[in-house]
Design a protein around this ligand. Structure first.
Ligand code: PBG
Length: 323
């Protein structure tokens, strides 16, 4: 049955045929848009390493979320950039902290948009690590208390879902228990389950001023070399009560996305991280790539690999093209 009987080009001849046999499609409902919120009023600072992305004060964030919702994007994920940092990241679990206030404002003023919060102390610690530090080590179980408090205050502020990104062991179970106790048994958890120690987070750390002040994150984030271990991380988070599991970054880790999709029946999210965004932006600016096409092809590939949801800084641009 080989050539010339089989000619795969037959169905590639017309755009109509190509549309009929297209296996994967994107929709605005696939996207979650990450946003950065800062203190103050009327503040809109472009992030140098992430052209087109901004740090917004709460008032302007609310305005922009209206636009996000109007584009058919169902959810945002919020990252807070506080004025005050300390060794425990206390401003991250202050009931009146920047994210807590932003959640309240968006939930009060914008209809029909889900607000997800990132649960991790690195944006709030003066040392920039995702856990409590003692003698140069990142303490696991001590950090869980901070994460519990952070998740609870996000829930109390009205968050629709919490997303722990710290990679401490046992955090999903700890947060689940805390939410249940605090009266939020219905609040879902999207776990950054397989989060790799990646260089592709660099622009984000610029954006959030959250680079570690010593060492790196390799004692808690995963080794990029490990696929089987990623599946263990994912299985553990599912056992601990995760409702959605996430793989991060996306494009360099599509094999992990595909494996997660094949082995798990719950929804799989993939995070197209800051560095993935900035690479495309930079190449497009230099005239080396067509930005829209690079954006759509990378998003489509993430979906084709098996992601149900994509966290992406391109959410608005892609949604505009898909209307
Ligand atoms: C941690 C967190 C990070 C990102 C999301 N949550 C930074 C890190 O682990 O260093 C990175 C997202 C991106 O690069 O777009 N709170």
């Amino acid at each position: 049955m080989a050539f010339p009987i089989q000619r795969l080009r037959r169905l590639r001849q017309h755009e109509a045929f190509r549309r009929m046999i297209r296996e994967t499609s994107l929709a605005p409902s696939d996207f979650i848009y990450p946003m950065f919120v800062v203190e103050g009023r009327d503040r809109r600072e472009e992030i140098a390493s992430m052209p087109g992305q901004f740090r917004l004060s709460v008032d302007l964030l609310v305005k922009e979320t209206c636009e996000v919702a109007a584009l058919g994007i169902p959810a945002i994920i919020l990252f807070g950039i506080p004025d005050r940092k300390d060794d425990r990241g206390s401003s991250g679990f202050d009931p009146n902290g920047i994210v807590q206030r932003a959640v309240k404002a968006v939930k009060d003023q914008v209809q029909g948009l889900m607000v997800v919060t990132d649960v991790c102390i690195d944006e709030y610690t003066d040392h920039g690590h995702c856990g409590i530090v003692k003698d140069g080590r990142i303490l696991n179980d001590e950090t869980l208390d901070c994460l519990r408090a952070m998740a609870r205050t996000h829930a109390q502020a009205g968050a629709d879902m919490v997303a722990p990104s710290d990679m401490m062991d046992g955090r999903v179970a700890a947060i689940r228990a805390e939410l249940d106790q605090a009266g939020f048994p219905e609040l879902p958890i999207m776990a950054y389950a397989a989060k790799f120690a990646s260089c592709f987070y660099a622009p984000f750390r610029d954006a959030a001023f959250s680079s570690p002040q010593f060492g790196d994150r390799q004692s808690y984030q995963m080794d990029p070399a490990n696929r089987r271990e990623a599946l263990r991380e994912i299985a553990l988070d599912v056992e601990e009560g995760a409702d959605i599991i996430m793989v991060k970054p996306a494009l360099p880790y599509l094999d992990i996305v595909a494996a997660a999709r094949a082995q798990m029946s719950l929804p799989v999210a993939a995070y197209q991280v800051s560095g993935e965004y900035s690479m495309i932006k930079a190449a497009a600016k230099a005239g080396w790539l067509d930005e829209s096409r690079a954006m759509m092809e990378s998003l489509l590939s993430i979906k084709r690999a098996g992601a149900d949801l994509i966290l992406t800084y391109f959410a608005k641009d892609a949604a505009r093209l898909l209307r």
